[in-house]
Design a protein. Sequence first.
Length: 224
Amino acid sequence: MGISVGKWKGNTIETENNWISLLSQIFPKDNKAKILKDYSNKVAKLVQKRTKNIKPAERQSVFFLRQYSSTAIITGGTVSFGQYWADAINVKNVVDIPNSNNVTQVTMEQIYQWNPQHILVTNFNSAMPKDLYNNTVGNYDWGKVAAVKDKQVAKMPMGMYRSYTPGVDTPITLLWVAKTVYPKQFKDINLVKETKAYYKKVFNINLTTKQSNKILKPDTSTWQ
């Protein structure tokens, strides 16, 4: 269970911290556990501090489009990484199906009822916001959903791995999710600069602005 995906009940940062701690024991010369844990916890505390006092009437609702095809819409439910991201920034994960997990299939009719204000598209599918705005996949009509009407659909970052799940990019992903949903509360956060600083501190890699932007704004047209 040391490298389990589910052991920490969807808590992405806790999962990441435990994975790195284990790897640091296996590879002690490359011990990054403390650096990564300190950075992750610092980001988590910052995000909680800035979002915990948002008035209930101003709290946003989110739907995670985990997988997407002409035959299925998959999301993360009440026991999932999606729920963690929602809790981490104090928003509502609209999927209220009891005990629903990371591969919860839903219908367009359910999404109409939930009517999320934001849709975050993971990198477990190649869809981009324009695919929802223009209904280019299958016979789905997203035009009735608030997030689509208000152009609040965003593609999640893609760093060393798909950022919806735990990984070394988790702290940057948390900042991205927070700023995407609550731009006013995080207007001073420059995600490009944060990404550069993070990669330098943790991996001793000097990212260019272009490389940082590629992480934060992945282009699925280059995918095979």
